[in-house]
Ligand binder design. Structure first.
Ligand SMILES: Cc1cc2nc3c(=O)[nH]c(=O)nc-3n(C[C@H](O)[C@H](O)[C@H](O)COP(=O)(O)OP(=O)(O)OC[C@H]3O[C@@H](n4cnc5c(N)ncnc54)[C@H](O)[C@@H]3O)c2cc1C
Length: 160
């Protein structure tokens, strides 16, 4: 225990600070992959590709465990980070509410999500459109677009 404590305090101390909401949003906007955390009795975390714009996180999915969980409990969070080393990192957690962008009444928002994802990354649909058993399913429903309306965002960073 004593040697662990010595190791922890060796060298200059790491300074951990809170980021402002604006700084946190800038990091979120520059990120393309985050960990989506949902809860449906049990917590469940998976990586997703997304684009952030004006307080919303836009993404795409097949209907599976995470979508069913978000339909049951729309309060979710998304975490993004960059860990250069244990003394130099930042991470952001955005909390918000799941909204499905259905065809028909929300077609404009759905098209907007599509164009944002399309601009952000070629082949953006690939990781979200396949399951271990299936061929590429993007052309055949039940794929969907969704967004998370961010209600609260926090960020921390460490610098030695
Ligand atoms: C870089 C990256 C980007 C991705 N982008 C997207 C995206 O934009 N949209 C999207 O829908 N998916 C994306 N995925 C895939 C995503 O992480 C899930 O694997 C996928 O969406 C299936 O999730 P589901 O809840 O529908 O699982 P289901 O297909 O319903 O499977 C259920 C079970 O499979 C297991 N499982 C599912 N996914 C994972 C996983 N990733 N790791 C370990 N176990 C798993 C769990 O035990 C879960 O209980 C991305 C993955 C990566 C690595």
């Amino acid at each position: 225990m004593h040697s662990v404590k010595n190791a922890l305090y060796r060298g200059s101390p790491v300074i951990i600070s809170e980021m402002t909401a604006q700084e946190s949003r800038m990091h979120l906007a520059a990120s393309r992959v985050g960990r989506l955390c949902v809860s449906d009795g049990m917590p469940y975390v998976v990586p997703i590709s997304f684009v952030y714009e004006h307080g919303h996180i836009y993404s795409f999915s097949l209907v599976g465990q995470k979508v069913l969980a978000m339909r049951g409990n729309p309060q979710v969070c998304v975490e993004v980070d960059e860990i250069r080393n244990p003394r130099n990192w930042w991470s952001v957690v955005a909390f918000g509410r799941y909204e499905e962008l259905s065809e028909g009444p929300r077609q404009n928002e759905r098209d907007h999500a599509w164009s944002l994802l399309q601009k952000a990354r070629p082949n953006w649909w690939e990781p979200g459109s396949e399951t271990p058993q299936s061929e590429d399913k993007v052309a055949s429903p039940p794929h969907l677009f969704f967004r998370i309306n961010i209600e609260r965002i926090t960020g921390r960073r460490a610098l030695a």
